[in-house]
Design a protein around this ligand. Structure first.
Ligand code: OSB
Ligand code: MG
Length: 371
């Protein structure tokens, strides 16, 4: 495939309710939408880098800058590109995995559309719908979070994840267990808010029969996670620490996790995400698909990924209306606690032009020099 043109659109979408984590509070999602144009069609990608660099070192203007200066030009100079060739072509640029992932996603979408093949079929999906979990932010009071969880369970969500931080952990977890019982699937996510010194405090979570605790410690503290894994009964899951199939294999070898959260943006794209799925499957480590408040574009890709066989836990793949009053694609809806995996060519969804135009705050484009 020859890439003729790459368009980057910065968008800003208001969230239906503020999303607070140990990292900060978000009122809107700022993202970058990538469109690649080939002689036969186009493909869409979404960059999950946030408005600030609190979750990882990447942020939306930084991703835009590295795309325009360093990532898009080699693609436009290449005679022909496939999705599988994108990562090797860009290997000379260190890091910037979220920016690379967005570009690879757009190329993969264009490529699969040209074959009439869906993301699900291209990645190796074995299901046509995936169970839907929901990530519930930190709130001002325990009754408020219990009400929020009640609303999500009434809608049919299959698993609840509570964001935690020091001072907001045992009380919300206890309240949710007391109100909704032992049968609901419940887990917590600390976004690296604790230290090794908190091991005894975190062990108190063992009383609540959680599916897992996600990323309690700093992303670089694999040995700390391994020590914690030995002292807690609750399984440890890594998010921020896993940035590649190699780092997943290392974390598993060190005993730093029992479960892995796979986010395509964090690891450099859907193809590396699939390699992580494979590495984990070979080691008997279950995985689930994380989320970054994606629009319908990223949600479509994530639903396809989550349909692979070793995605055995419900993901942070909620319906569009959990995040946005108006999504930029046809909305994903909850049906019996599940989302349908799109079956059309490529992502199976595309931005609605009028909505995309409305939420766009900046556009830039690069074109091939010669035809
Ligand atoms: O740590 O999983 C996380 C959102 C933004 C950044 C990091 C995380 C999250 C979520 C939300 O938990 C998941 C979602 O519903 O998209
Ligand atoms: Mg997380």
């Amino acid at each position: 495939m020859r890439i003729e043109r790459v368009e980057l659109r910065r968008i800003s979408l208001p969230l239906v309710s503020p999303f607070r984590t140990s990292l900060g509070i978000e009122y809107e999602r700022t993202a970058l939408v990538v469109r690649v144009t080939t002689p036969d069609g186009e493909g869409w990608g979404e960059c999950v880098a946030g408005a600030d660099a609190s979750y990882s070192s990447e942020y939306v203007e930084g991703a835009e800058d590295v795309l325009l200066r360093h990532l898009v030009p080699p693609l436009l100079s290449a005679e022909s590109v496939t999705a599988a060739a994108v990562a090797p072509l860009l290997a000379g640029v260190k890091g910037h995995r979220m920016a690379k992932a967005a570009l690879e996603m757009a190329v993969l979408d264009a490529e699969l559309r040209s074959y009439g093949m869906s993301f699900a079929a291209g990645l190796g999906a074995v299901a046509d719908r995936v169970p839907s979990g929901v990530s519930v932010g930190i709130m001002d009071s325990v009754p408020e979070v219990v009400d929020a969880v009640a609303g999500y369970l009434a809608q049919g969500y299959r698993r609840i994840k509570l964001k935690i931080e020091p001072g907001w952990d045992l009380a919300p977890v206890r309240a949710v267990r007391e109100r909704f019982g032992d049968d609901i699937l419940l887990q917590v996510d600390a976004n690296a808010a604790y230290t090794r010194a908190d091991a005894r405090h975190l062990a108190q979570l063992d009383a609540f029969d959680l599916l897992l605790i996600e990323q309690p410690l700093d992303e670089e503290d694999l040995l700390g996670h391994a020590a914690l894994a030995r002292s807690l009964r609750t399984p440890i899951c890594l998010d921020e620490s896993v940035v590649s199939a190699r780092s997943a294999a290392d974390a598993i070898a060190l005993g730093a996790c029992h479960i892995v959260n796979v986010k395509p943006g964090r690891v450099g794209g859907y193809l590396e995400a699939r390699r992580i799925h494979d590495v984990c499957a070979a080691s008997g480590i279950p995985v689930w698909c994380g989320g970054m408040l994606e629009t319908g574009l990223g949600r479509a890709g994530n639903a396809a990924l989550a349909a692979l066989p070793n995605f055995t836990l419900p993901g942070d793949i909620s319906a569009s209306d959990r995040y946005y009053a108006t999504d930029i694609t046809e909305p994903f809806v909850l049906r019996d606690g599940h989302l349908d995996v799109p079956s059309g060519p490529g992502l199976g969804v595309a931005p609605l032009p009028a909505v995309l135009a409305e939420v766009t705050t900046a556009v830039s484009e690069l074109r091939r020099d010669r035809p």
